[in-house]
Design a protein around this ligand. Structure first.
Ligand code: FAD
Ligand code: SF4
Length: 518
């Protein structure tokens, strides 16, 4: 009799909870490439190639570690196309006594796992995912007696729990948060570190050919695919980040530069989220860099906060808010994203740059996602669910538990402020301060009215005016509303007309990708 251990595509860790204590002698690890998972959104080709190749390499690593692996390929003619269908077939093949599985990362797959015991009549043990610092129960306990779920306070709990950057119960350096030091614009720098590139091996080349063939209508291209697909190579990228980029990570965390896709960021989120790297281990190593005097505190604290703070907090919100979170639309936005979110073909340089690099690499950094593509989508009143689907399909690190709260909550204010105390909107001035994009843009960032005016400017005021009933009492927006009120009626009218004309023009551009996908 066999214990069947299904390992999903984002569970590529040898230390996975479902493997612990199981006996390789009477267990079979089941890994499944299934059509449902590759097409529930039109994933970027790079994302598909990455996950499928990483899965195939992980199957080898499991075998080397002594596990018997039953691996089902996408092109197998018998492939039923779903996890449930493949587990059903595997139960027959392996005389299955019980199923042991680590909890899934999203509601959709959780529902499948929950149905298996009744469906198959074998015991199913669903184990906690121990790759996270905070369990669902702990997050609920933290959240349950609070009126506001402020990330900063959650983060401090995680610092206390892990002991990271703590000195005798107090935060290292006397402060919990050094974010104020982390908002410097960057200059072009020939010595800027670059993430390592990994030449595709035979397995990856095979997968790339299959993806090109089978998913030719998905966005993105694979010409320069060079991501790591094994734990060993992901580890090489981590070591390179700590040695070369971590010291400046904090200073330039929010900066954007034309032609510079990665700056001092770690480019590790795809590997962490799929299981090749352990987030807590990375945080401990970052702390060691600080303790040894090799990286400053503002960088190390900033890095650790993103992982044990924001990342864990997003997961907590996703599970706490339930499957209905995806339908929240506090601002009642309903515009479709313009077609050029899938081509980058716009004269707004900040957007063409961010979307262009996203199509090429399936990556953009946090501020590009939040203050360029996200900001623009929010200002034009795009449907938050559609915006969520765009992020889910286009980024290499996008899994619903982390992408949805970041997009629908933080970026689109769809939850009405559960996750952020005010909407992340700005005029062109913020983008100009944090990047060099405006210098070579067809639009003038200093202008609000006229053909050459930066569209973000009128759209920003239009957004505030349009949502005064819902946002007017927000104390964090008191200053911009006062500035708006000080403008003459004629100026206000001209701004609203400028925004309306831009939106009319934009609407001529909208629709096709959604029409195709729905
Ligand atoms: C609209 C929007 C959508 C996003 N979607 C995703 C997503 O699908 N998957 C994802 O992993 N991140 C997402 N993020 C967060 C962030 O943009 C990425 O984690 C980051 O850009 C990954 O690149 P990096 O590894 O170089 O990160 P770095 O800048 O080097 O940061 C270090 C690490 O911190 C973690 N991190 C940083 N910010 C966040 C955050 N807000 N939430 C969760 N983890 C964070 C990541 O694990 C990251 O590797 C999103 C942000 C926004 C604004
Ligand atoms: S001028 Fe406006 S549209 Fe152009 S890059 Fe700057 S912010 Fe973007």
């Amino acid at each position: 009799m066999t214990t069947l251990i299904p390992v999903l595509g984002d569970q590529l860790s040898l230390g996975l909870s479902s493997l612990r204590g199981a006996n390789p002698g009477d267990a079979v690890v089941l890994m499944m490439e299934v059509a449902d998972e590759t097409t529930y959104v039109r994933h970027h080709k790079t994302k598909l190639a990455y996950i499928l190749s990483a899965m195939r390499h992980h199957a080898q690593a499991l075998e080397e570690a002594g596990w018997r692996v039953d691996y089902l390929r996408l092109n197998d003619p018998e492939n039923s196309g779903s996890f449930t269908g493949e587990v059903a077939r595997a139960i027959q093949r392996h005389d299955t006594e019980r199923i042991l599985v680590t909890e899934a990362g999203e509601w959709r797959v959780t529902a499948m796992l929950d149905s298996w015991e009744t469906l198959f009549g074998v015991p199913v043990e669903i184990r906690k995912d121990t790759r996270f610092v905070c369990s669902h129960g702990e997050f609920d306990t933290w959240a349950s007696d609070r009126r506001e779920l402020t990330m900063e306070f959650f983060y401090r709990e995680m610092r206390r729990k892990t002991g990271l950057l703590m000195d005798d119960g107090k935060p290292a350096g006397g402060r919990w948060n050094f974010d104020k030091d982390n908002r410097k614009p960057a200059q072009a720098d020939l010595l800027m570190p670059r993430p390592l590139g990994f030449t595709p091996d035979a397995i990856t080349r095979d997968v790339i050919a299959m993806v090109e063939d089978r998913f030719s209508d998905h966005p993105g291209d694979l010409d320069s695919f060079n991501y790591a697909v094994t734990a060993a190579d992901a580890e090489r990228q981590a070591a390179s980040f700590f040695a070369n980029a971590l010291p400046q990570f904090g200073d330039y965390e929010d900066a954007m530069l034309t032609g510079e896709r990665f700056l001092w960021h770690s480019i590790l989120s795809p590997y962490i989220n799929s299981g090749l790297l352990d987030p807590l281990d990375l945080c401990r190593r970052a702390e060691a860099e600080y303790r040894k005097g090799r990286a400053p505190l503002n960088s190390v604290e900033g890095y650790i906060r993103q992982i044990i703070g924001w990342r864990e907090y997003m997961r907590g919100i996703y599970w706490r808010e339930g499957p209905g979170y995806v339908d929240r639309n506090f601002l009642e936005h309903d515009r479709a994203l313009p077609d050029w979110y899938w081509t980058g073909d716009t004269q707004m340089h900040c957007l063409s740059e961010t979307i262009g690099q996203t199509l090429a690499t399936a990556h953009a950094h946090h501020i590009q996602r939040l203050m360029v593509t996200g900001n623009f989508a929010l200002l034009i009143g795009a449907d938050p669910k559609q915006v969520h689907l765009w992020y889910l399909e286009i980024y290499l690190d996008a899994y619903e538990w982390v992408e949805l709260p970041n997009t629908l909550g933080m970026s689109q204010f769809g939850d009405g402020g559960l996750l952020g105390s005010k909407p992340y909107v700005s005029s062109g001035a913020y983008i100009n301060r944090m990047s060099d994009y405006c210098g070579t843009c067809r639009y003038n960032v200093k202008e609000r009215i006229g053909e050459d005016a930066c569209p973000f400017n009128a759209l920003y005021w239009n957004f505030l005016a349009r949502h005064r009933d819902k946002l007017g009492a927000n104390y964090r927006l008191a200053m911009p509303y006062r500035t708006w009120d000080r403008q003459s009626k004629a100026d206000q009218q001209a701004t609203l007309e400028q925004a309306a004309a831009f939106l009319r023009q934009l609407d001529g551009d909208c629709g096709a990708p959604y029409a195709k996908r729905e």
